[in-house]
Design a protein around this ligand. Structure first.
Ligand code: NI
Length: 173
């Protein structure tokens, strides 16, 4: 297993619309395992393939694992070719992102989503999600469509944040 490098804003690769996964092979399984390891290492509750420079409609997530709790078990879910087919309600909670370090903001999203996706064995699953799970799914699916959570801020606030992050990025390079 290997830790992967996470791209950060304003890397242009974060803006691509990822391609569907069609080849379910050993390499895909290795990629999923490496993505899960990277997610736990950061730590994060989700990681999308485009964040680690892979053009694939795929993310991993584990919203329930708590590193501080010895009883807590890692249960990473590989979500391949995801599609939200039903939405409901409204929710606004604070989000962060491994590709936008040290910035958090409240983002308006659906409170509930129904998700259809494939696992590593190409089997199709349906999942009704609410709470933090529903938010994580929408956040990760946005990544696969070239969207970061800061893109969902109101225009003025978005421009301010983008400029600030670009300045910080220039300083550290
Ligand atoms: Ni993110």
């Amino acid at each position: 297993m290997a830790l992967l490098k996470i791209l950060t804003f304003p890397d242009p690769f974060l803006k691509i619309v990822a391609k569907p996964v069609s080849l379910f092979d050993k390499a895909l399984e290795t990629l999923v395992n490496d993505m899960a390891e990277t997610m736990y290492d950061e730590p994060g509750i989700g990681l999308a393939a485009t964040q680690i420079h892979e053009d694939k409609r795929l993310f991993v997530m584990d919203v329930f694992y708590n590193k501080e709790d010895p009883e807590s078990k890692k249960q990473p879910v590989a979500v391949i070719n995801p599609e939200i087919f039903e939405t409901g309600g409204e929710s606004c909670i604070e989000e962060g992102c491994l590709s936008v370090p040290e910035f958090r903001a409240e983002i308006k999203r659906f409170a509930e989503v129904s998700l259809r996706f494939q696992d590593l064995n190409q089997e199709v699953h349906e999942l009704q999600a609410q709470g933090i799970l529903a938010i994580c799914i929408q956040h990760e699916l946005d990544h696969l469509n070239g969207k970061l959570f800061i893109d969902r801020l109101p225009p003025l606030k978005r421009r301010m944040i983008q400029n600030r992050l670009k300045k910080e990025n220039n300083r550290s390079n």
